[in-house]
Design a binder for this molecule. Structure first.
Ligand code: NAP
Ligand code: FE
Length: 367
């Protein structure tokens, strides 16, 4: 038995905002959530504000979302949204602004609520969220997740049916301005979602299996092409589609410990999210393979085996990754990784010692 449900209406294609968005269905005043630059640089903000104006929907822009968005940023946004009486939220950007938009849409409904409350008990209500991705990676435009960074610097995801965007608009033109490192990192995030999600799924949900197979194949084929031809819209479109499918995968499966071990690299060392997963993926999958070889081999299809996947990573230049980490940090992070709920979804028994070895392997030489 399996089920599949994504409540988000997806609109996909060139100039899709101008051609298909009817914002009057969402409310009369929009709260637009973005990062500092990319919403504008990608052209997405222009399309959205022009369309809103044409439809007589007023708006306020909150452009303060940083990478790995913090509790204080989403609380600030929510308070501004309430003061401005906005009745729906439009997130434009990578996963960071989209996740922040989801949190703000919930917090904006209740002045008593803090970001911490997003993690305790059921979320009962959210303003409608429209998601407009400018990266091809997180799949946040079709997931019920939002990942924030708490006041102690820990990345923490919350999950709620109310966090699924009402609709998403995917226009590959918005991804053309991504610098190479963002293109690589976000595509690797989509690939991680695909293979991690299918590892958990293990063939059980046929839709998930199909989407994972498709995603992994698309990233394998089109990431190298995009890197050779960054201006090619067709190639960019393939990656954007792949990332969305992978979002639908993890919406049904969650992610493995690969994501859990990557989190502190992003929140403490500023390493981009997709890269922070990818640097651990091969070692973790090899270890799992020692007790569940067939499951791993099937999860990474159409890659033939882990050697081929590892070779793919090598060509992207991520095999020699290192970062300065203190011994104390290694102990603390390994302890946390061993306690992460992702362990329950990941096959094989991975313990604290294993996580310590993983972090030690990428520890740079101290100056
Ligand atoms: P991001 O953190 O949103 O953005 C990374 C950088 O790329 C920023 O500097 C951003 O600039 C820039 N950028 C984005 N789009 C661009 C474009 N079209 N042109 C030029 N620059 C662009 O990156 P992300 O990898 O998409 O998102 C990562 C976050 O999503 C993490 O916090 C991660 O934990 C989370 N995540 C969420 C889910 C989910 O299901 N909700 C799944 C996986 C990961 P600006 O700052 O100027 O915008
Ligand atoms: Fe991710």
């Amino acid at each position: 038995m399996w089920s599949f449900h994504i409540p988000t209406m997806v609109h996909f294609g060139l100039e899709v905002v101008k051609k298909h968005a009817d914002f009057t269905e969402c409310g009369s005043k929009a709260f637009i959530v973005t990062g500092k630059r990319s919403a504008r640089a990608s052209g997405a903000l222009y399309d959205v504000t022009k369309t809103l104006t044409g439809q007589n929907v007023t708006f306020v822009i909150f452009n303060e979302v940083e990478e790995n968005p913090s509790f204080s940023t989403v609380e600030k946004g929510a308070s501004l949204l309430r003061n401005e009486n906005c009745d729906f939220v439009i997130g434009i950007g990578g996963g960071s602004p989209l996740d922040a938009a989801k949190a703000i849409a919930v917090l904006g409904t209740d002045p008593e609520m803090t970001a911490d409350d997003l993690y305790s008990g059921e979320i009962e209500y959210s303003l409608p969220v429209i998601a407009i991705p400018t990266t091809s990676g997180t799949g946040s435009e079709v997931t019920q997740y939002s990942v924030l960074t708490d006041n102690n610097g820990n990345k923490r995801g919350f999950s709620s049916f109310h966090a699924f965007p009402l609709s998403s608009f995917l226009d590959p033109r918005y991804t053309l301005t991504m610098p190479e490192q963002v293109t690589i990192s976000t595509a690797l995030d989509a690939l991680s979602h695909s293979v991690e999600g299918e590892l958990i799924n293990n063939g059980a949900n046929l839709m998930v299996k199909g989407f994972s197979l498709k995603t992994t194949g698309l990233v394998r084929e089109y990431l190298p092409r995009v890197l050779d031809n960054p201006e090619n819209l067709l190639y960019r479109e393939k990656l954007q589609y792949a990332a969305m499918l992978a979002g639908m995968v993890i919406a049904h499966t969650g992610t493995t410990v690969v994501h859990a071990v990557g989190y502190p690299l992003s929140s403490r060392k500023g390493i981009k999210h997709g890269l922070a997963n990818a640097v651990f993926l091969i070692d973790i999958f090899r270890r799992i393979s020692s007790s569940a070889k067939e499951q791993v081999t099937k999860a990474i299809e159409p890659f033939e085996n882990l050697d081929e996947l590892s070779e793919f990573f090598k060509k992207l230049g991520i095999n020699n990754f290192s970062v300065n980490i203190e011994e104390e940090e290694i102990r603390e992070w390994a302890e946390k990784a061993a306690k992460a709920p992702h362990n329950q979804r990941t096959p094989g028994k991975l313990d604290r010692d294993f996580y310590e070895r993983l972090y030690k392997k990428i520890k740079g030489v101290d100056e």
